[in-house]
Design a protein around this ligand. Structure first.
Ligand code: PEP
Ligand code: MG
Length: 570
């Protein structure tokens, strides 16, 4: 049994799929070259077949532009310059894997030095083609998360948005990763889809082979590898019990989140792609409190067009009907910059050129997104939210660009909702500290506790070594949250929260007591948070919040909240 960090609750039992991104092979001196050349030819043929299939899938599911990438990769496999060079290397008695690796590296250097941006970007394709060839030479299946067997537990070092973008989530019953904390990408995806996950395991890849039976206990943060029959039985019973609890909770999921003495709050879902709307509604979401739009920008080779974005926002707006949908403008950059933006490597990506900072420097990209959101605002109740705001100037500038975009649309006689509400994420401490000034500028606040905690406590949210220091119930955070809510109410606007804290049962009574108006969370957390809110009194929650604000340690806050829940949730 391995111990990690619990990132998404519940139990998953399935077969492991070890997702290895790094290729390990040995460099060998050959005795005989012809068999090696034959091996290479076979690997080329296999790669061709795979790429043709990928091209067809891309064409069907994503679009022509993506399909062209695989087309280009197919051409590379026919490129005599590349293949002849690899064969020449093999003839000099280097094994095929090493020969491909050497030649591909030279090609990458060559492409990267080219003047033409388009050609520079082809370096990634050469790298992809090289990796595919080596994998096929090693006789390993090219690993792809788009085509998994039923009941798969994905085991990986880490998972990035480009790994998960085409992932077949319905087949996945669990995640276990070496890296990552509770707010890492995989943890967020897992919670959104209700898939159990354990992260920060350190060396899970060394203990599990593809095909092993694995039990993920996302609630206790453990992974059991190759369990005996008795253990499987024990966990299967736990799965059944959890299912029963779930059925109980389901009964109240469509009831309003109102305290027993009448204070009503809004409960919304965070989503990361249009496909999640159904899950949000099934769990009783009254709106979308955060649409992360990064899905449009990740896992691809070029910027999304206005039309593509419009279609995505429109479908979400339509499916949500009259319920509000908060579209957050892109939060790209940081630690996972899309390759096509050619962003320089940064020393401190979380403090770097990302989100609104890119938007305000690359107005072309920003306006394309704003146009698409505005156009989609005709089809539902869309609101716009800016991420990573740290100064009032940024809000003003972003609003000004929004106004310019509206004028452009008007000139083109394109319809949109002229009264679309505009809000900001409060996720940088500077905003919380002078929230009064920001409240003058916007229609709403949404507190992003994932980043607000990271920046306030100086704890990298993705670093598992300091994971124990990352805690939203730190009294300093509670004071900042109070400041934000009070500033909003003073100005007559509402304050919500879309960081992970909003979906945590332990935090719910305190947040309610502090006056939070909207809670936006992973869809699967909604029923439980509703249950808590419906079981307590606002007056008592306010008293709890007051006590919590007086605490000096996180432990004290926990204790207060735990006692409160024990008393109220019998
Ligand atoms: C946050 O920072 O709390 C947030 C909701 O945004 P993200 O997790 O996308 O950074
Ligand atoms: Mg954030």
């Amino acid at each position: 049994m391995l111990k990690g960090v619990s990132a998404s609750p519940n139990i998953g039992i399935g077969r492991a799929f070890v997702y290895e991104k790094k290729l390990k092979f040995k460099r060998r001196q050959l005795d005989e070259v012809e068999t090696e050349i034959k091996r290479l030819d076979e690997a080329i043929e296999k790669s061709r077949k795979e790429l043709r299939k990928l091209r067809d899938v891309a064409l069907e599911k994503i679009g022509e532009k993506e399909a062209k990438i695989f087309e280009a990769q197919l051409l590379m496999l026919q490129d005599p310059a590349l293949i002849t060079e690899v064969k020449r290397k093999i003839r000099s008695k280097v094994n095929a894997e090493a020969a491909v690796d050497d030649v591909v590296k030279n090609f990458i250097t060559m492409f990267e030095q080219m003047e033409d941006e388009y050609m520079r970007e082809r370096a990634i394709d050469v790298q992809d083609v090289g990796e595919r060839l080596i994998k096929n030479l090693l006789g390993k299946d090219f690993q792809c998360l788009a085509d998994l067997e039923e009941n798969t537990v994905v085991i990986a070092d880490s998972l990035t948005p480009s790994d998960t973008v085409n992932m077949d989530k319905e087949k996945i019953v669990g995640f276990a990763t070496n890296l990552g904390g509770v707010t890492s990408h995989v943890a967020i995806i897992a919670r959104e889809y209700g898939i159990p996950a354990v992260v920060g395991l350190g060396d899970v890849m060394n203990h599990v082979k593809t095909g092993d039976t694995v039990i993920i206990d996302g609630s206790s943060g453990t992974v059991t590898v190759r369990p005996d029959k008795a253990t499987i039985y024990k966990y299967e019973r736990m799965v059944l019990e959890a299912e029963e609890r779930r059925i109980e909770l389901d009964k109240l999921k469509d009831l309003p989140a109102v305290t027993s003495d009448g204070r009503k709050v809004e409960i919304a879902a965070n989503i990361g792609e249009p496909g999640e709307v159904e899950n949000a509604l099934n769990n009783g979401a009254e709106g979308i409190g955060l649409l992360r739009t990064e899905f449009l920008y990740q896992g691809r080779r070029s910027l999304p067009t206005e039309e593509e974005q419009f279609e995505a926002y429109k479908i979400i707006a339509e499916n949500m009907g009259e319920r509000p949908v908060i579209v957050r403008t892109f939060d790209i950059g940081g630690d996972k910059p899309p390759s096509y933006l050619n962003l320089p490597k940064e020393m401190n990506p979380f403090l770097g050129w990302r989100a609104i900072r890119i938007s305000l420097d690359r107005i072309d990209i920003f306006k394309t997104q704003l146009r698409a959101i505005l156009r989609a605002s005709n089809y539902g109740d869309l609101k716009i939210m800016f991420p990573m705001i740290s100064s009032v100037d940024e809000v003003r500038r972003a609003k000004q660009i929004l106004e310019e975009t509206k004028i452009e649309l008007e000139k083109e006689k394109i319809m949109f909702n002229n009264n679309v509400e505009v809000g900001i994420m409060v996720e940088v401490p500077s905003v919380a500290v002078i929230a009064d000034a920001f409240a003058e500028e916007v229609d709403f606040f949404s507190i992003g506790t994932n980043d607000l905690t990271q920046y306030t406590l100086a704890v990298d949210r993705t670093n598992e070594n300091i994971f124990h220091l990352f805690n939203e119930l730190h009294p300093a955070l509670l004071h900042l949250i109070k400041r934000v809510i009070d500033a909003a109410h003073k100005r007559g606007i509402w304050a919500g929260m879309c960081g992970e804290m909003a979906g945590k049962p332990i935090a719910a009574p305190i947040l309610l007591g502090l006056g939070l108006d909207e809670f936006s969370m992973a869809a699967t957390s909604i029923p439980e948070v509703k249950k808590i809110i419906r079981s307590i009194k606002i007056t008592e929650a306010q008293e709890l919040a007051e006590e919590a604000l007086k605490a000096s340690t996180t432990d004290d806050v926990y204790k207060l909240s735990r006692q409160f829940l024990a008393k109220n949730m019998k």
